[in-house]
Ligand binder design. Structure first.
Ligand SMILES: NC(=O)c1ccc[n+]([C@@H]2O[C@H](COP(=O)([O-])OP(=O)(O)OC[C@H]3O[C@@H](n4cnc5c(N)ncnc54)[C@H](O)[C@@H]3O)[C@@H](O)[C@H]2O)c1
Length: 244
């Protein structure tokens, strides 16, 4: 028996990194998984897996989300799980960030999860059950020089709490994960500098960087009925980095 048997799950950013690992794990645990991503070429590969359907979605578009949520609900009859995982990052210095940079970052990382909840939660509320997992970042909690990226992830943190209180009485749970540095294409650049990599590992109490499955395992718990009394909660997954 799988931990997500008979559930329909949407995972945004499902074509790469953390999202791709979640797609794999959730489908192994019995869910029908919709991997939603803007990268159609990468989606093709992910969609080859059993019980996985790839669908194109730009999370920054209100119209895309509206049509996408309706299509998923019409096609699969219900939506039980939404993981708002799609995102972009940037290490641009503070003084070089302009309004376009800010708007792009906040549209994808902030409006994306907001619009996902806006368009998916009503379907969950209609069936009086649903679990939403938002992927923020440890940079929403401590200053790490990521500037507008941190601000976008702070928005995710705040909107998760707001959504948990807004939709709780309708049976919809909303929780947030805060990954530390996880080895994915987003952090590929780190591996080009052995010295930097060594310093980051040294600075982490558990003495390693995170892996996509570290996040996927926590998302699985929050998506499943095992966490049925948990909403509005926050879980940091960073090897103890931000506890220092
Ligand atoms: N890797 C890390 O160290 C780390 C740390 C903290 C938080 N996170 C967060 O975890 C999430 C996943 O990151 P990852 O490391 O797997 O990155 P990744 O770059 O491997 O994957 C991100 C995915 O999001 C998709 N995406 C980007 N813009 C999109 C859009 N507008 N619409 C739909 N899809 C879009 C990309 O195509 C890609 O498939 C992100 O929200 C990221 O901010 C990552």
């Amino acid at each position: 028996m799988g931990r997500l048997d008979n559930k329909v799950a949407i995972i945004t950013g499902g074509a790469s990194g953390i999202g791709e690992r979640m797609v794999e794990l959730f489908s192994q645990e019995g869910a029908t998984v919709i991997a939603a991503d803007i990268n159609e070429a990468a989606l093709e590969k992910v969609s080859e897996k059993e019980n996985v359907v790839g669908m194109k979605l730009n999370v920054a578009s209100d119209e895309d989300w509206k049509a996408f949520a309706k299509e998923v609900n019409d096609r699969f009859g219900e939506i039980d799980i939404l993981v708002n995982n799609a995102g972009i990052s940037s290490e641009k210095p503070y003084e070089e960030i302009d309004l376009d940079d800010w708007q792009k970052m906040l549209s994808i990382n902030g409006f994306g999860p907001f619009a996902g909840i806006k368009h998916v939660a009503p379907y969950m509320a209609a069936q009086h059950k649903g679990s939403i997992v938002n992927i923020s970042s440890y940079t929403a909690q401590i200053g790490q020089g990521f500037n507008h990226y941190s601000a976008s992830k702070g928005a995710v943190r705040a909107l998760s709490k707001a959504a948990a209180t807004t939709f709780g009485r309708q049976g919809v749970r909303v929780n947030t994960l805060f990954p530390g540095i996880i080895e994915t294409p987003m952090t590929d650049a780190l591996s080009t500098s052995k010295e930097l990599l060594g310093r980051l590992i040294q600075a982490t109490p558990l003495q390693r960087l995170g892996k996509p499955e570290d996040i996927a395992n926590a998302a699985l718990f929050l998506a499943s009925d095992e966490s049925s009394y948990i909403t509005g909660s926050e879980l940091v997954i960073d090897g103890g980095f931000s506890a220092q």
